[in-house]
Design a protein around this ligand. Structure first.
Ligand code: MN
Length: 290
């Protein structure tokens, strides 16, 4: 099932390329959820409500995807996690261009995801594809990093690799937008709008092997990142195991799995088009911040 959020906080199921509005079910779930729950009520309720959602979608009127404003698929994630340096070829391209990172003048961090850990992007950086990215520092280099994104399905801590897939609600695509420079990574990757996510969540059953997912981003029509999740250094179960050693993970949490090679600079006026046959595609426009 493909679940999207659209317009003014509405919930839809995407069927054969069109949206079926099931906002009534979203309202019912939220009315029953505790205000202080950690995580997203709709994701937490999916095991119980999924069948009803699919039945309701069958009789709901069709809305064209092109007629709505797509929001991020999760309304209230507890956190937005991201893997650094998780494709060998991206590690190599960054090592070859130290002037881009600005990190060549100081002591270098130990390399490798095992040493660098998982980092956090501010939840306030997350936007839907329709909102676009506003470039806050036009004089500095701003890069796109298209990434395969895990959406966590239930609360867990210190999860073992062999149990990790039980904690996945689904997947989506994300752009880990980045201002290059010497500040802390989390700071540079948390500007407003620097985490577009979408176009929707695909439930885990539709991607039985998350290690076999090709995806791309085109910048202004030119292929920039042509990626495959088989090249991940830490694969999906290992990332969940690793993140949950440090954090309790909650329903709706995003986990960006790291950037493949091919990152490049974006400027106001550019359009990034992310695509994955197993998920969907989204266009994200770049503009100047006000
Ligand atoms: Mn990244």
């Amino acid at each position: 099932m493909k679940l999207c959020r659209f317009d003014e906080d509405r919930l839809g199921v995407v069927v054969d390329g069109s949206i079926r509005d099931i906002t009534d079910i979203q309202s019912e779930i939220r009315d029953k959820a505790a205000y202080d729950m950690k995580g997203d009520a709709v994701v937490a309720a999916l095991p119980e409500y999924r069948e009803r959602m699919e039945v309701a979608a069958n009789s709901a009127p069709e809305i064209a995807v092109s007629d709505v404003k797509l929001l991020p698929p999760i309304a209230r994630q507890c956190k937005t996690m991201a893997a650094p340096v998780n494709y060998e070829a991206h590690v190599a391209e960054m090592a070859a261009q130290p002037h881009i990172t600005g990190e060549d003048k100081g002591p270098r961090r130990p390399s490798g995801i095992q040493n660098q850990g998982i980092f956090l992007k501010a939840n306030s950086a997350v936007v839907g594809p329709s909102e676009g990215v506003a470039i806050r520092f036009p004089d500095r280099r701003n890069d796109h990093e298209v990434e395969f994104v895990i959406i966590i399905g239930k609360t867990g801590s210190r999860i073992k690799r062999e149990d990790a897939m039980d904690y996945v609600a689904g997947y989506t695509l994300g752009l880990d937008m980045t201002v290059r420079g010497i500040e802390d990574r989390s700071f540079r990757k948390s500007c407003d709008g620097y985490a577009p996510v979408g176009p929707w969540m695909v439930t885990a059953d539709e991607i039985p092997d998350p290690g076999n997912v090709p995806f791309t981003v085109h910048l202004n029509g030119k292929l920039q990142q042509d990626a495959h999740t088989r090249d991940l250094i830490f694969d999906v179960p290992r990332l969940i195991e690793f993140a949950s050693e440090f954090y309790t993970i909650h329903p709706g949490d995003y986990l960006f799995t790291g950037s493949p090679p091919g990152v490049s600079e974006v400027h106001p006026g550019d359009v990034m088009h992310c695509a994955c046959d197993l998920i969907g595609d989204m266009s994200v426009a770049v503009r100047a911040a006000e």
